[in-house]
Design a protein around this ligand. Structure first.
Ligand code: FNR
Length: 372
């Protein structure tokens, strides 16, 4: 269907599901075990309702914000996700170009399917991109990677700490492995996708992407070690408790991402929105000491705004951007960002908020029943 018919994030997801090779969709969509955390990540937002303020002269509503001091048109970034080329030959470059056109920020995965240099070369003038780091268990390999991306002009290190080992993702494991397998089953494989074929092979070692990660990271050792190598800001991605948020601040992290990896790692890990709420209740001082971001299950402008009301500086989306670029390339990324911008603006205006600074905890309430 034409792009203009896509009026919500879920529409794009639905289209991607129709057109993606089955294995690619299974890899993108999959989550741990019974996929409960993944589903609940999204449902968690529906327990938060708004208490809008009225009569606030909102015609000049400003949706811009910053992440680590870098400007963004909306408080939304592209979260680093592996293998964008499984969905489209241009893969990560679609994300970079789409981010540039809409003025949002992109985090590039360690397991990107193009080289870090190729992605950096796709940047527009003065475009900021960040790097998501899986720390290799060998320090020298990790060090080389950090130096490489700093040299290439990536502006921050998002250290992922919630994926030490490969998890059980049954949707992915069950999906037919080789392109011939799903061609034999009458499933469509995109014709231009010589690139895809190679990538599907990479998934032959599905867990292989996470195989070399350092399982012995600690606050005391690892953060100072990265600091000794790079001047870039360090953000820890995958914080899932109030206690660890406190330790991240004590370790001097420039930011934290509340994330359970889109429900892909530990099944029954609590939805990040609930962790955000706990930090707001128990340790609101955290929000003054470091930037807090959140990802997982965000599909609506209202989801974004709820997280900002509770103290998040910005939110990340993983699957939605993968689906957008899979189905429509760069134009899909632009369109997705515009859908979110429209929804965020409407929500802020309706709340009486003229800027992201005016998104405050009093504007949301958590209910203890689960809506529809
Ligand atoms: C991811 N994610 C991820 N995270 C990370 O730190 N490094 C990575 O390489 C990947 N790879 C990856 C691949 C795929 C296919 C998905 C769907 C996700 C997690 C990602 O950054 C983010 O935390 C979640 O995707 C957020 O949840 P939603 O937006 O997908 O619901």
């Amino acid at each position: 269907p034409p792009l203009r018919r896509m009026i919500s994030v879920r529409d794009i997801e639905e289209t991607a599901k129709q057109i993606l090779p089955y294995k690619a969709f299974a890899y993108y969509e999959s989550a741990a075990d019974d996929e409960v955390s993944n589903i609940e990540n999204a449902r968690a937002f529906s327990r938060f309702f708004f208490l809008p303020r009225v009569m606030r002269a909102v015609s000049n509503c400003d949706t811009t914000s910053t992440i680590l001091g870098y400007k963004t048109t909306i408080p939304v970034y592209i979260s680093g996700s592996a293998l964008a080329r499984l969905g489209h030959p241009l893969g990560e470059v679609n994300l970079t170009r789409g981010a540039y056109k809409t003025g949002i920020l992109q985090m590039v995965s360690t397991n990107a399917s193009l080289s870090y240099g190729q992605i950096a070369a796709a940047r527009g003038p003065d475009q900021t991109i960040f790097f998501q780091l899986y720390k290799h268990r060998r320090d020298d390999t990790a060090e080389k990677r950090i130096r490489e991306v700093e040299e290439l002009g990536y502006k921050a290190i998002f250290l992922t700490v919630d994926a030490l080992i490969a998890s059980n993702r049954e949707r992915d494991t069950r999906a037919p492995f080789f392109i011939e397998d799903y061609e034999n089953q009458g499933l469509s494989v995109k014709s231009e996708s010589e690139a895809d074929e190679g990538e599907v092979d990479i998934l032959g070692t599905a867990g292989g992407l996470i195989r070399n990660n350092d399982m012995d990271m600690t606050w005391e050792k690892t953060i100072p070690w990265i600091r000794s190598i790079t001047k870039l800001p360090i953000v820890v991605k995958g914080v899932q408790s109030v206690a660890d948020a406190v330790l991240a601040v004590e370790a001097g992290c420039d930011g934290i991402v509340l994330s359970n990896h889109g429900g892909r790692q530990l099944e029954y890990s609590l939805p990040p929105m609930e962790i955000l709420y706990k930090i707001r209740q128990q340790r609101p001082d955290i929000f003054d000491k470091t930037e807090v971001y959140i990802d997982g299950g965000i599909r609506r402008g209202t989801d974004v705004v709820k997280a900002l009301c509770l103290g998040a500086k910005a939110v990340g989306l993983g699957r939605a951007f993968l689906y957008a670029q899979s189905a429509y390339g760069e134009a899909g990324v632009v369109h997705l960002a515009r859908i979110l911008q429209r929804e965020i603006r409407f929500c802020m205006e309706s709340l009486g908020a003229r800027s992201v600074k005016e998104l405050v905890p009093d504007l949301v309430e958590r209910v203890d029943w689960q809506p529809l």
